[in-house]
Design a protein around this ligand. Structure first.
Ligand code: S3P
Length: 449
């Protein structure tokens, strides 16, 4: 379905959802395909030589936005149902590094920051004119962080507010490699520059202030690119890519909701199958363990270059913790749901060095503080920090989903354990990453009305 109609559907579906919890929470869930890996598998194969099959592709709208953008650039993509229990299968016919065609329309990234920032690296310095934009959230998120280094490499890119906001217009230019010190530990920024570096003259060298997710480096290397990583430094030399089939592991960012549900519910055991546990993504496991969580990993295995495991969680007496420093980029998307664990824990949990949360799909520090305060939890915030005073309880109520999938789903998990039901307005936003989320709650025994 074209993006415009998908979004229309989402806007028409402004149905509040009400969640209440069962006495026992038991069950097994298969995590949906990882969003970060799905975006990359589609984009990188689109500019590779040959064609590829992607298995267990993310069901979320964000990755569908990436497919739509690639189609508008002339890439042939077929999508069909996957095998039982798996996400859709995608066939991508790669155009090679230099053959994307000029789009006749504005490229619509929807709500997806990954689409906007990674595609910026792909569109930079090409022989075509393209305009990339997205929804209200995307048009207010910082794009200067990618535009500025791409312009330094020689790309002609223009945007609103002195080239810092989308819509972004790409008008060619000639790319040259450079050394770049990244101001933030952002995988989106790193990936954008690496993708431009594939087509630049000479080497591109990056230093990141801390590790961020490394799916780009892993996948580009597997496709034959000259990418080298040494601690926080990554470099790339001009390369062609060879198409590769990708089995997309389950999304740990989606699994995190069930992990926290199982830990905070007084009588629970939940198994989440097939979760990607790449160390640059798995900070949530370490953070919850610091909070005294009963989490075990079973069937650890490798799926197409990414480590995968089944994760088993059981009811736990959680304690507050300090979550700060280099671990933060490794669990950045999970902070809204870890905050639910913090609310149910004994003592206070401090999230530090978390200013990036303010520029996600919404300001996630403000949104979390807003709904949790209404749920009877004391939350203190500064620009970079959030302190949750664990009360061991959450009141119910009606909370706004803040047009942010991870906020709405965190409120949904709260409904499984709160003293009275939780109603989430704008709950359909979960489909950005996890359309089946509300049905899965029912599968575990929760009531969804
Ligand atoms: C992502 C990186 C993260 C994350 C986002 C997905 C990616 O953003 O928040 O949901 O796929 O590269 P930053 O790298 O900008 O922190």
């Amino acid at each position: 379905m074209p993006l415009a109609s998908r979004r229309l559907y989402a806007h028409n579906a402004l149905m509040p959802v009400t969640i209440s919890g069962p006495k026992r929470l038991r069950g097994e869930i298969t995590a949906p395909g990882d969003k970060s890996v799905s975006h990359r598998a589609a984009m990188f194969n689109a500019i590779a030589n040959g064609s590829a099959t992607l298995t267990n592709f993310s069901p979320g709208e964000d990755c569908a936005s990436t497919l739509d953008v690639l189609r508008s650039l002339g890439v042939e993509i077929d999508r069909g149902p996957g095998a039982e229990g798996l996400g859709d299968t995608i066939h991508v016919s790669g155009l090679g590094m230099h053959r994307l065609t000029e789009p006749a329309e504005i490229l619509d990234a929807g709500n997806s920051g990954t689409t906007t920032r990674l595609m910026s690296g792909i569109l930079a310095g090409r022989d075509i004119f393209a305009v990339l934009s997205g929804d209200t959230s995307i048009r207010s998120r910082p794009m200067g962080r990618v535009v500025s280094p791409l312009r330094q490499m020689g790309a002609e890119i223009f945007g609103r507010k002195d080239n810092t906001l989308a819509p972004l217009a790409f008008a060619g230019g000639k790319l040259t490699g450079m050394r770049y010190e990244m101001p933030v530990a952002s995988a989106q920024l790193k990936s954008s520059i690496l993708l431009a570096g594939l087509r630049a003259d000479g080497e591109t060298q990056l230093t990141q202030p801390a590790q961020s997710r490394d799916h780009t480096e892993r996948m580009l290397s597997a496709m034959g690119a000259h990418v080298e990583t040494e601690r926080n430094n990554v470099s790339v030399r001009p390369s062609e890519l060879e198409a590769i089939d990708v089995y997309v592991p389950g999304d740990i960012s989606s699994a995190a909701f069930w992990m926290v549900a199982g830990l905070v519910h007084p009588d629970a055991e939940i198994t989440v199958r097939g979760v990607g546990i790449n160390p640059t993504r798995a900070g949530v496991i370490d953070a919850l363990k610091m909070m005294n969580a009963d989490i075990s990993l079973e069937n650890e295995r490798d799926a197409a270059g990414e480590p995968v495991a089944d994760i088993v969680v059981r009811s736990s007496n959680l304690k507050g913790a300090v979550i700060a420093g280099d671990i933060v980029p490794l669990l950045i998307d999970e902070i809204p749901i870890i905050a639910v664990a913090a609310a149910m824990a004994e003592g206070e949990t401090r999230f530090e060095d978390a200013g990036e949360l303010r520029v996600k799909e919404t300001d996630r520090i403000a949104a979390t503080a807003d709904w949790m305060t209404a749920a009877g939890v004391r939350v203190e915030t500064t620009t970079e920090t959030m302190t949750v005073h664990g009360a061991g309880r959450l009141l119910g109520g009606t909370f706004n989903g803040h047009h942010d999938h991870r906020i709405a789903m965190s409120e949904g998990i709260a409904g499984l354990i709160s003293e009275s039901p939780v109603t989430i307005t704008g709950a359909e936003i979960a489909s950005i990453s996890y359309p089946q989320f509300w049905t899965e709650i029912e599968k575990l025994g929760g009531a969804v009305e």
